[in-house]
Design a protein around this ligand. Sequence first.
Ligand code: NAP
Length: 273
Amino acid sequence: MKTVYGVIGDPIEHSLSPVMHNAAFRHLGMDCVYYAFRVTLEDVRDAILGAKALGFGGLNVTIPLKERALEIVNADPIAEEIGAINTIDFKDGIIGYNTDGIGAKRALKKHNISVKDKRVLLLGAGGAARAIAFQLAHDGAGLIIVNRTAPRAVKLAQDVRGVGDAIGTDMGDLATLVKKVDILINSTSVGMHPDVDKTLVTADMMHPDLVVFDIVYNPIETCLLKEARKAGALTIDGVNMLVHQGAESFRIWTGREAPVKVMEDAVRCALKR
Ligand code: NAP
């Protein structure tokens, strides 16, 4: 009998997770299938307990359920620290994980970027930013967290200072700050389809030694990355993180190394369609 996996969220119809995980299962000849399920906040508990009762292999959890779902599962310490989960494993109870931070770390590593002792400007203080901030702080980066709503940046920096070096501020000094850092990461939704012409940072604010990582993956080359290319900076697109956070979920569920290249090809192909 096939083992069923899935992603729950609302909206969910544009999720690339089914394409990515089904490609991996097919490639490895595993008798498994992955579906997307629209689940509202009111139904998240029933959906998780129902999936467990039905014998699902595991779930991914996406917007807007990541924080609420944390309250329902036994969360691992990293997810607890972040305050949100994106992966549930049913092998031994109902265990929640957050693989976004590791996804971002591996996206950087794939491009031979280590964050240790680097100055990193993280744009955003939402769910994805929290996961990335904790990961990078654990890995020894010096973080400047910049957010439109400044108190969220200040709060995230305060939380992260338990494990590393971070300050939080508003967008007022963005141009000056970008000049001073080694790595710029956009973890806001600015530039995401359909607002593809929007960016918070332009080429004139950058320098050629900068690494620019945009976690937005639709479009693959965002306006920010186009600007970074103009400035001669190294660019990393959001598909890298998407694939690596998915690969870590896959490893948690199946105990097998995920076929990362197969998953990446499937996602890039789907996005180009
Ligand atoms: P979220 O929790 O809703 O956070 C959104 C962030 O974007 C907040 O910091 C928000 O600032 C900021 N923002 C939104 N509109 C803005 C604007 N017009 N100007 C300035 N800042 C703005 O969302 P999330 O879950 O963190 O996701 C953020 C983005 O990352 C999405 O595009 C998502 O698709 C992408 N993502 C990618 C991956 C991947 O694997 N590549 C994984 C997760 C998420 P305020 O606090 O001021 O509202």
